[in-house]
Design a protein around this ligand. Structure first.
Ligand code: SF4
Ligand code: SF4
Length: 371
């Protein structure tokens, strides 16, 4: 199995990357073509590789170095929800109903191969909880074999499972981001509404950490655990795990408002000004049924990737352009230039009849007056 992926990227760039290792090598088109045609390693390559990754096994060359073919579609990143089902029931979860449904293997395999043909190099596996999907390991391994750099979003509850741990240790993901729902058993279990979930989280984190997996934390601050933010950060720092903190809760993907009461109002943070987004142009999202959309938020219109194959994706750019245009109450808004909420997200908040303060500057009278 490969230790290095050589791949075209955007705008005529080419990279060599190594799953589970930080850093990469930017290479010229001429060097990409040289690697692509080589049966043995060109003399310059092992030196370049060891200067970035240290000791790395590159022999036999054709086994250890996987050269990805160019794609005319221009996509390099995708996210894939294997299944919306989850073993937890968090109030803030933007997935709403969380049905246990996903593609069976023949369709899933075809779709993952189509993602490769579309050029996807950075691939995020998410859910629901992806590790409880019955085809998680098959999905991961095929994506790995096809030369994707894989990220996993998980609650960590199955990371201690020997078969999963062994697979991830031998075929390393780029990173595993674990959501953290509290720093104590009481707050964690009451947020997930699943007794025993904190213990599973700790067990998974310990197992992954001891196995040297590239863990990251995503600290989720809601009104249920707001007073534990510092302790959650301390937990990450003690383990030396990098973390990000999420404080703004969204409506569900169906525009449901049931998630919004979990918002910790004192943590509600003004979003960075929205300056545009490549959703639908260089990246996209695929739901459990193989429906491809511009991103996790702007889910409709979408394209049936299983039925239409990669060719169907030529329409996605146009869909993205129309979804991102300011519309409805945002048309002509004089505060657009400093707005932090993209149009697909505004649409969800509107559908959920959310208070304006959660997403729109017109809900902040003082800031409006100040501009
Ligand atoms: S939610 Fe908005 S900013 Fe985020 S990817 Fe989708 S369109 Fe872009
Ligand atoms: S500030 Fe409010 S009305 Fe203006 S563009 Fe943003 S969400 Fe729309």
């Amino acid at each position: 199995m490969h230790t290095v992926i050589v791949s075209p990227y955007l705008d005529g760039e080419y990279f060599a990357l190594s799953p589970g290792r930080r850093g990469g090598i930017r290479i010229s088109e001429a060097k990409y073509l040289e690697l692509s045609a080589a049966a043995d390693s060109p003399a310059w390559f092992p030196e370049a590789a060891s200067s970035v990754w240290g000791d790395i096994d590159l022999e036999p060359f054709t086994d250890k170095v996987l050269v990805r073919q160019p794609s005319s579609y221009g996509y390099v990143r995708a996210t894939y929800e294997l299944n919306l089902g989850c073993n937890y029931d968090c109030e803030h979860c933007y997935l709403g109903l969380k049905k246990f449904e996903g593609l069976e293997w023949p369709d899933r395999e075809k779709m993952i191969r189509d993602l490769q043909a579309l050029g996807v190099l950075w691939f995020q596996l998410t859910g629901g909880e992806p590790t409880i999907d019955k085809l998680f390991r098959e999905t991961y391994m095929l994506s790995f074999e096809l030369g994707m750099m894989i990220s996993i979003l998980s609650n960590g509850s199955k990371l201690h499972d020997a078969r999963i741990l062994e697979m991830l240790t031998e075929h390393r993901p780029h990173d595993i981001t674990i959501s953290v729902y509290g720093a104590t058993e009481a707050s964690y279990d009451s947020l997930t509404r699943r007794p025993g979930s904190y213990r599973k989280f700790i067990k998974g984190v310990r197992a992954g950490h001891e196995a040297g997996l590239p863990l990251k934390f995503s600290l989720i601050v809601t009104k249920h655990n707001a007073d534990e933010q510092a302790r959650m950060e301390g937990m990450a720092e003690e383990l030396g795990i990098p973390y990000s903190t999420f404080v703004n809760m969204s409506p569900t993907i169906y525009g449901g408002a049931e998630t919004l009461p979990s918002q910790s109002l004192e943590h509600l943070r003004k979003r960075k000004t929205f300056t545009g987004c490549n959703a639908g142009h260089t990246f996209f999202h695929v739901d459990p049924h193989g429906m491809a959309s511009i991103c996790k938020i702007g889910r409709e219109p979408n394209i049936d990737l299983v039925a239409e194959g990669p060719e169907g994706m030529y329409r996605l750019g146009e869909i993205a352009d129309s979804l991102l245009l300011r519309q409805g109450g945002c048309t002509g808004c004089t505060l657009q230039g400093s707005c932090g909420t993209c149009m697909p997200l505004v649409q969800l908040y509107r559908k959920a009849n959310s208070p304006l303060a959660n997403y729109c500057q017109h809900g902040h009278p003082k800031e409006v007056n100040a501009t």
